[in-house]
Design a protein around this ligand. Sequence first.
Ligand code: CMP
Length: 140
Amino acid sequence: MSVQKTLSLIKPDAVAKNVTGSINSRFEQAGLKIVAQKRLHLTRSQAENFYKVHSDKAFYESLCEFMSSGPIIAQVLSGEDAVAKNRTIMGATNPANADIGTIRRDFGESIEHNAVHGSDSVENAAIEIAFFFSGLEIVE
Ligand code: CMP
């Protein structure tokens, strides 16, 4: 295990529900530190760029429409084993399959409106963090 950073997005559905503080509590209770955070409203083209790895998927258009439909919170989480730990806290992609007590189970509505995104590897975390934040904005 090592200290890692991972990108977290609180998606438009969870921001609209005004549960960003409750979600942040889950991270902090699990020992993850929020070392960068900002609220922004992605343009359609920014959402397409962020999710371009999914551009061949049937859900891509709808996902990009949703992710640019309202404000999100982008954040960098830091801590021991942060990538895997955040994925455990988030729960399965589809809230219907997510464990009880996970963010997606408690706040997600559907596989698309699933409250949060988290990087799936240390390598992708570095790419995704750089998409949203400059080094100056990340404060340990
Ligand atoms: P996220 O962690 O943001 O990564 C890609 C997103 O695509 C995922 O969460 C879901 O919101 C969405 N997604 C994945 N599979 C599907 C699907 N079958 N239908 C609709 N959206 C999906």
